[in-house]
Design a protein around this ligand. Structure first.
Ligand SMILES: [Zn+2]
Length: 338
């Protein structure tokens, strides 16, 4: 029989109580390192699975997004002093080769982890990470929070991405977590049929899954970092993992929804893009989104790009240079409006 167990090994014993820090060993035998592996740092704080839920917290799914990983590294430093119920599993740099390289995708295999689920045991390193998440982490987790930002090419308004479960009781708990996180925006995402994401994997495993976009441009925004850190503290409190007193969010989250292709703005041709909007701006259908200049014929009239729908700009491209098919902006509508 073919062995389906992950080839990623670890000294971490997820069932042992107490605090453990260590690495997941991703096999990577290459010209400079026969028998080598890539160590992926992980921390587990376990008070016993009978005492509460297992919460899996990840960042660095894309390697150029930093608010999540920094929040998780700061949380890791607090673990020795924390008294919890249940179990916390923290991995700040999930696609570690990409995280160490500061790029969206892995420099080894160009793998975009969030497009490779369910992964492959015998695949390339990024596929092997996805397979480990599917076969070892998701089965152990009750709640998963995967923290993102826009990466080098996007700036994203601080937004929790929500996919509420259909079942009423679980939906209720889920919405409590969403409100507790208290991000300025909560967005029901439409990935246009994409089902190779961590979120899709978590859904297949019937786990409560939250993710979010908290900034971008491959930087770390202090205000967005604070939103992530406080949000995580509140969610862990609501789940009963911690018992610390955290003030409730000052403002209600603004619940938004993405409605298919009309909410996406793409570059139809290559060029240099002059935006006519700001992040967070409310725009109307037909309103000018910007102008595309042809760098090879700068004397020509620039091509005007219009928004195809009313909405709020949740995310915008950071690079002015565009190729055909690059996403320039993503809109969402207040979910109570349509
Ligand atoms: Zn991301």
């Amino acid at each position: 029989m073919q062995n389906s167990a992950s080839l990623i090994a670890s000294d971490i014993d997820y069932d042992r109580t107490g605090l453990q820090t260590g690495t997941l060993r991703l096999p990577y035998s290459h010209d400079r390192s026969a028998y080598g592996h890539i160590p992926i740092p992980v921390a587990v704080l376990n008070a016993g699975s009978a005492t509460g839920p297992t919460v899996l917290l990840t960042g660095g799914n894309h390697g150029d997004e930093y608010e999540g990983p920094i929040a998780l590294m700061k949380l890791m430093r607090r673990l020795p002093d924390m008294s919890i119920r249940g179990r916390l599993i923290l991995i700040p740099g999930l696609n570690f080769p990409a995280f160490a390289n500061g790029t969206r995708t892995s420099p080894i295999d160009k793998g975009n982890l969030n497009r490779l689920f369910p992964g492959a045991r015998n695949g390339q390193p990024t596929e092997m990470i996805a397979h480990y998440v599917e076969s070892e982490l998701l089965p152990r987790a009750d709640v998963v929070i995967d923290l993102h930002a826009g990466g080098a090419s996007f700036d994203h308004a601080p937004t929790l991405l929500a996919a509420p479960p259909a079942d009423a009781a679980r939906r209720d708990i889920y919405l409590q977590l969403v409100r507790a996180f208290g991000a300025p925006y909560t967005m029901v995402m439409d990935l246009l049929g994409e089902d190779r994401t961590f979120g899709a994997a978590a859904q297949r495993h019937d786990k409560l899954f939250l993710c979010g976009e908290f900034g971008g441009g491959a930087g770390c925004d202090a205000a967005n970092l604070a939103i992530v850190e406080t949000g995580l503290r509140r969610v862990l409190r609501v789940l009963g993992v911690t018992s610390e007193d955290i003030p409730t969010p000052a403002l209600d989250t603004r619940v938004m929804a993405v409605h298919g292709p009309r909410h996406y703005v793409y570059a139809p041709v290559g060029g240099v893009f002059e935006p006519a909007f700001r992040l967070g701006e409310d725009v109307r259908q037909g309103q000018l989104a910007g102008r595309l200049f042809d760098p090879h014929a700068p004397w020509e009239v620039p091509r005007e790009i219009a928004f195809r729908s009313d909405g709020t700009v949740m995310c915008m491209r950071t690079f002015a240079r565009v190729e055909p098919g690059d996403c320039i902006a993503l809109l969402a509508s207040d979910s109570h409006r349509d």
